[in-house]
Design a protein. Structure first.
Length: 173
């Protein structure tokens, strides 16, 4: 007996249309993120900026905690921390509970650097939006709300990639 698949199942026209929409959205987000990084400038790599922002969020952290938060190996984090220290963006103090480790926090210059970094990105994006028709700007604002809500409710790795069947029907029993 042949059975028709769910219209939203992988391989269906609806699924393929959603996949095309997802591809277009992914590309737009990727291109936007790249341009924001370019516009922000500042001479620090995205990894180092992300590390600085993690230090800001967590107030005081150890290098091991930062490596775990950022999902990188300890040597990678050590290089990022050294780069931030050389730039005067963080303060390092010996950990009183573990003399082999240090406690890291943002310096005043680190706070200023992040504020300027974010301000340059926001200014670029505001200028881009300002050039849009009002209806498009409103749609984009609503899309940002929707995407933010969706991201809050889903964790990384929560979704499995669907497999694409070769046809829109399958054999059933």
């Amino acid at each position: 007996m042949r059975q028709t698949l769910n219209p939203n199942a992988p391989g269906s026209q609806e699924w393929q249309a959603r996949r095309a929409e997802a591809d277009a959205l992914r590309l737009a987000i990727t291109r936007t993120a790249r341009r924001l990084r370019q516009e922000a400038g500042g001479g620090l790599s995205p990894t180092v900026i992300a590390t600085l922002a993690s230090i800001e969020r967590n107030k005081v952290v150890t290098p091991g905690e930062l490596a775990r938060i950022e999902g990188v190996q300890r040597p990678t984090m050590t290089r990022a921390i050294n780069r931030l220290a050389d730039a005067g963006l963080i303060e390092r103090h010996q950990d009183p509970e573990d003399g082999r480790s240090s406690l890291i926090s943002l310096s005043d210059e680190g706070h200023r650097h992040l504020a300027e970094h974010r301000s340059r990105k926001s200014a670029w994006l505001a200028n881009l939006i300002e050039e849009m028709p009002a209806e498009d700007a409103d749609t984009l604002a609503r899309a940002a709300e929707i995407l933010s809500e969706a991201l809050e409710s889903h964790r990384t790795g929560e979704f499995r990639l669907p497999t694409e069947p070769e046809s829109g029907v399958r054999e059933g029993s």
